[in-house]
Design a protein around this ligand. Structure first.
Ligand code: FES
Length: 78
């Protein structure tokens, strides 16, 4: 198990159909898994904006290594 990834786990959120979300890609946000604008001060990567296609409960990635952003794909366990 990777020491770097083991401290991360996905966060379950209730997504609302047609609502726009900003998923944090830089890890600096204090409101994970979403962006709080911290990337600007850190000169880090901007958020990934996505629109939920349906009302659903989803597990969003916090390790930022998923191959299927913004969703957890289990990579944090590797
Ligand atoms: S938290 Fe699971 S892949 Fe990132």
């Amino acid at each position: 198990m990777s020491e770097m990834n083991s401290k991360f786990s996905p966060i379950a959120v209730e997504l609302e159909k047609d609502k726009k979300y900003k998923w944090c890609t830089c890890s600096h946000s204090n409101v994970q898994p979403f962006c709080d604008g911290s990337h600007k001060a850190e000169n880090a990567s901007p958020p990934m904006v996505f629109i939920a296609e349906e009302d659903k409960r989803a597990h969003l990635c916090t390790c930022k290594l998923t191959k299927n952003p913004p969703y957890c794909d289990g990579t944090h366990k590797l």
